[in-house]
Write a protein that binds this ligand. Structure first.
Ligand SMILES: *Cc1c(COP(=O)(O)O)cnc(C)c1O
Length: 459
């Protein structure tokens, strides 16, 4: 197998290795990195994955994309360290399952991508004997997922900026009780101010020696880990008595489409996926694109109950268009049409209202005793409509993703079913822990001064 390289979706930057793409994040031409070939599983290889542990499947998937860049044993050590929690597959009704991706340290599916990206960055930085500082702004959840993902790693520090008044108590405690290489900074301002401050620091030539990097969702190092759970779910749930590969349908509650791209890549690797159901909240730009074959982003995005999916222009859409033979620039303009016929055959896109999201939480509880939170409920509503409209065989294997723990959205659950969901171990006991964070003014000069004192960029 020849070594896979990574190209930019804007096609102006040169191809790089995985390690380079991982440490760069965005390509220099502002495009997104994609593998120049998609490694495939043979039927025999897929059969051989039956009964394997999650971290073993993860290492196998990574080794296909990384080739000789990282030896398999090193990958296995990283995946074992990253994936030290369960991935429950909960049966709802005849061969229909919910995959709960909410057992990681921040009870969000972002733990899957963040933890592995952190370990890989550490691996490459150690090898080069280089140190990096990750800067990120958060409105709550992403910051804690990234702080936990990088917590305790070597050669990496992470600084998270958050608007003090816009973050819940629990979200703040999830970040401020960590310490070690994690620095949490509250600003007197809004999320947009925090984001602007981070952006300005990235482009400030005075700060170049701090060797910043970002950990945002467009990094290829966050995408590849999101392939693994589709393959894992399939190997666990497929008909085990036959070597014939039965087909599976996945439903992905989506915002920036990183998660859904993981499913698309798994499919291109040979996983026998029949349809991918793409469930979005009232931000319905993808459903419209699939209906009209014309794209327009939603600006500003709508605020919905499933708040982590309030995205009016998914940052990974350019990757999807690229994979289907088209081209989209960083502004969201389609420069070359993708193969819409092939996309129509694979994707079932549906936007779900907040009203239907609430009703679905109630109904899933009443009908099946399954507790869903708003993101997972958007997915399940899409599943129900797909089954109603397309009437797949009653035995069709289907897996719908639950991307956060219900206890992260207690009010929505109490309102819908009158039950206060129990906190998972990862989120409980935070009140008893000491908090550590600094406060600065929500203006750039205060942030620059802070970085100077803390990380000594003038020295
Ligand atoms: C980020 C997030 C999503 C959306 O995932 P994308 O990869 O951006 O589509 C869905 N649910 C939860 C809980 C999230 O945090």
């Amino acid at each position: 197998m020849s070594q896979i390289k990574y190209f930019s979706t804007n096609h102006k930057a040169s191809e790089v290795t995985f390690g380079e793409a991982l440490l760069k994040g965005l390509a220099p031409d502002k495009g997104l990195y994609m593998p120049n070939a998609i490694p495939a599983f043979t039927k025999a290889e897929l059969n051989a994955l039956k009964g394997k542990q999650y971290y073993e499947i993860a290492a196998t998937v990574f080794s296909k994309f990384l080739g000789d860049e990282v030896p398999y044993e090193d990958l296995l050590a990283m995946t074992k360290d990253a994936y030290n929690f369960d991935v429950p597959l909960e049966k709802v009704v005849d061969r229909k399952y919910i995959m709960r991706l909410d057992q990681g340290p921040t009870a969000s599916f972002k733990d899957f991508a963040g933890r592995m990206m952190g370990r890989m960055m550490q691996y490459f930085l150690k090898k080069q004997n280089v140190h990096k500082l990750i800067l990120t702004a958060t409105s709550g959840d992403t910051g804690s997922a990234m702080a936990h993902a990088f917590y305790g790693l070597n050669n990496i520090n992470i600084a998270v900026l958050f608007p003090e008044k816009e973050v819940s108590d629990r979200q703040r405690r999830q970040m401020t009780t960590l310490q070690k290489n994690v620095q949490i900074i509250a600003i007197n301002g809004k999320f947009d101010d925090a984001q602007a401050m981070v952006k300005q620091a990235f482009s400030d030539p005075d700060l170049e020696c701090l060797n910043f990097t970002s950990a945002n969702s467009i990094n290829i190092g966050r995408l590849i880990p999101q392939i693994v759970y589709y393959i894992y779910a399939y190997t666990q749930l497929r008909n085990q008595s036959s070597d014939e590969l039965e087909q599976v349908v996945f439903c992905v509650p989506s915002g920036n489409f990183g998660d859904m791209m993981g499913c698309v890549l798994a499919t291109k690797m040979g996983l026998p996926v029949k349809r991918i159901l793409v469930a979005t909240n009232e931000n319905d730009e993808f459903e419209k694109l699939m209906k009209t074959h014309k794209y327009s982003k939603i600006e500003p995005s709508k605020n919905c109950l499933s708040s982590a999916m309030n995205v009016g222009h998914p940052s990974n859409l350019a990757r999807l268009i690229e994979l289907y033979g088209g081209n989209m620039d960083e502004k969201g303009t389609i420069l070359k049409e993708p193969d819409f016929a092939a996309m129509d055959a694979m994707f079932y896109a549906q936007s779900v209202s907040d009203d239907d999201t609430r009703k679905t939480i109630t109904q899933a509880w009443n009908d099946y005793h399954v507790v869903l939170e708003p993101h997972g409920a958007v997915g399940w509503k899409c599943v129900e409509d797909y089954i109603g409209n397309e009437k797949p065989d009653a035995n069709q294997l289907l897996v719908s993703l639950e991307t956060a723990h219900p206890a992260k959205f207690p009010q929505a659950i109490i309102d819908a079913i009158g039950v206060d969901p129990e906190l998972p171990a990862s989120l409980s006991g935070l009140e008893g822990k000491e908090e550590h964070f600094d406060r600065i003014d929500g203006k750039y000069p205060a942030f620059k001064e802070y970085l100077d004192k803390k990380y000594g960029w003038r020295k």
